[in-house]
Every structure is written in structure tokens, then in C-alpha cells.
Design a binder for this molecule. Sequence first.
Ligand SMILES: NC(=O)c1ccc[n+]([C@@H]2O[C@H](COP(=O)([O-])OP(=O)(O)OC[C@H]3O[C@@H](n4cnc5c(N)ncnc54)[C@H](OP(=O)(O)O)[C@@H]3O)[C@@H](O)[C@H]2O)c1
Length: 336
Amino acid sequence: MKAAVNTRYGSPDVLQIRDVPKPEPNAGEVLIRVYSTTVGRTDFGMLRPEPFFIRLFAGLLRPKRTILGMDFAGKVEVVAPGVTLFKPGDCVFGMSPTYGAHAEYLCMSENGPIATMPGDTRFDEAVICEGAWYANSCLRKLNLAPNQKILIYGASGAIGTAAVQLAKFYGAEVTAVVQTRHLDLVKSLGAHRAIDYTAEDFTQIDETFDCVLDAVGKTTFFRCRRLLSSSGTFAATDLGPWGQNAFLAIWSRVTGRNRVVFPLPGSAKALIDFLKLRMEAGEIRAVIDRKYPLDAVADAYSYVETEQKTGIVVVNVIASDENTAGNIDPPDNPHN
Ligand SMILES: NC(=O)c1ccc[n+]([C@@H]2O[C@H](COP(=O)([O-])OP(=O)(O)OC[C@H]3O[C@@H](n4cnc5c(N)ncnc54)[C@H](OP(=O)(O)O)[C@@H]3O)[C@@H](O)[C@H]2O)c1
């Protein structure tokens, strides 16, 4: 099968489209024909791990995972013995904990983060799991409740666009802080108010919030402190300068003041089941910036590196204008 392979760390140039052996599902696993995947910030972080300590997990000298890609949507092609939840032909989506989705085929445990797709969803609109996973972890850690007010800074990225939609689902009143070109987008996703960070200093507005979420890792608790109500809580998706968000979260626990929380992602399996319900109810949708074919995956990485993407960057492993679940069959593939 064809896959994007990275046998060493570096810039997107190290990625090579190669023929590699097609994976074989073990007992309890399904073999999935991947239709769509994404290049996310986590993939980029695995291609060029910074800071250096990430190599303790990713592989000290060279990558342990040589095919990246977490988000996937595709069709079950083979079910191994013991599989009861899926059958060949099922359209599925989810998130691979061991990466591997930048390829034509992927194996997943049937008990892993995988679910059947809502019927009328396009494959390339189902690959929203990774950003939503971090967004939902943040909102849960913030204990966001109905009628609370939340300010989401950096609401235009993969995590931010999911966070706006999920905060709205939880019944919160959302203020989104973005650049001019994203104002209409965040309102269309459910933000009650949108602030242009290029036109005004959002930290100086005359309003307080129950929660402030830095969804893009570009501000700090100290800058946002005056936006928090007396019992308000700050969370970020990034460690922040000198890892300060982790230290502040620990200090918050020690003092019991709960001013800063640092979310660690929860159960990915539970997230996929939750997301499926949200997609079926029309409560979350994909915000797709660009789509690339697998052959151009290095270009997708280069774009993600700009930190300017809006929502997600999709890689369509099977290129099709009819990318809707149940509507298309994989073309004959000379690489199988
Ligand atoms: N995606 C993941 O799965 C993941 C996982 C773990 C951690 N993280 C971390 O979480 C953060 C967000 O990830 P992401 O994937 O959502 O990022 P992303 O999609 O790359 O976010 C890019 C968005 O942020 C906006 N942005 C850039 N600079 C900004 C600034 N100074 N102020 C406000 N908005 C700004 C950009 O729009 P404009 O430039 O037009 O404003 C763009 O729409 C990153 O720090 C990442 O390392 C991400």
C-alpha cells in the first residue's frame, strides 16, 4: 500500500510516499481503507519534536512511529476473528492512538476510538476528532456549565473551532477572540460575540468570564487574569512560556483556588462516541481550510507549520468529489 513515511526527524521534506506492506489485522481488529485523514499540530510535533524531551516518547534518535496521522475516516475492509461491532463495508471514523492514518490502510481495535459514521457525512468532514478531543478535555476540566460565560482565545484553529461549538452545546455564552478574517466564521459556529484581536486588546474589555480558554497557546494567565470573575478559571492547550501553565495548575491545586487548570486529554473512545452524537444532531461540523492528496502530504505539513490554518487541514487519501459515506467504492489501486 501507499503511505507517507518518515524514517528520520526533520522538515516536511523528510516525508516520502512509499510502498509499504499492507497491515494485517490481529484478533479483535478491523482493517480500514482510509479515505480521509488530517495533518494536525500533533503530527507536526512528531515530525520535528520540540522541545527535545518529546523525543523520550517519540524516539530518541529516530521516530518510533514512521507513519503519522491520527484522525481517520474510511471503510472497514476486513474484520479479524473476534470482531462483533463492525462488518466489512461499514463507514467508520475515529482517532488512531498509534498514528498510521497517512496511509491507504490502517488497523484499529474494535474497542478503540472508532465508531460508525453518521449516514450522510462526508469522509473528509468526519476527521475532526483530534482537535475536538483537546477542546472537550479543556471544557470538561473547566467544569463549563449552562449559562456560564466563556472567552475562547484563538478560536479559529482546530481546537478553537471545536471548542466554540462544544461550549455552545454545553449551554455556555461564548465570546470568541480571533483575527478579522475569522469573525464571521466563529459567529456561524455559535459564538455570541466575536472580538478582533487586531482591532482591540481583548484583555482590556470591561467584562468578566467564568472561564477563559487559550485554545492556541499564544496568551498567558497573567495577561487574562483581569478577565476572570472571582471564581473564574483559566485553561490552555499549550504549556505556555517556560511551561508556566503546568506550574500554575499545580499551584492552583495546592492553594485550592482553582484559578488555572491544565487539561490532559481524557478517554478517546468516549470522545468518539460523544462526537458521533454531536455530528448526528448537527451540533458540530468540520471547518476545513485546505485539502491535499496523499502525494502532497509534505505540502500539508508545510502549511500546518505556518500556524495559520483555519480549523483542519485534510488529506484525502482517496480523492473524490463524492466523498460521502456509502457513496463511493475505493478505486482499483496499483499500490495494494
Ligand atoms: N491540534 C492538536 O491536536 C493539538 C494537540 C495538542 C496541543 N496542541 C496545541 O494547541 C494549540 C492549538 O492547536 P491547533 O491545532 O488548534 O492550532 P492551529 O489550528 O494551528 O491554530 C491556528 C489558528 O490560530 C490562529 N492564531 C495564530 N496566532 C494567533 C494569535 N496570536 N492569537 C490568536 N489566534 C492566533 C490562526 O489564525 P490567525 O493567525 O489568522 O489569527 C489560526 O486560525 C497549539 O499551541 C498546539 O501546539 C494542538
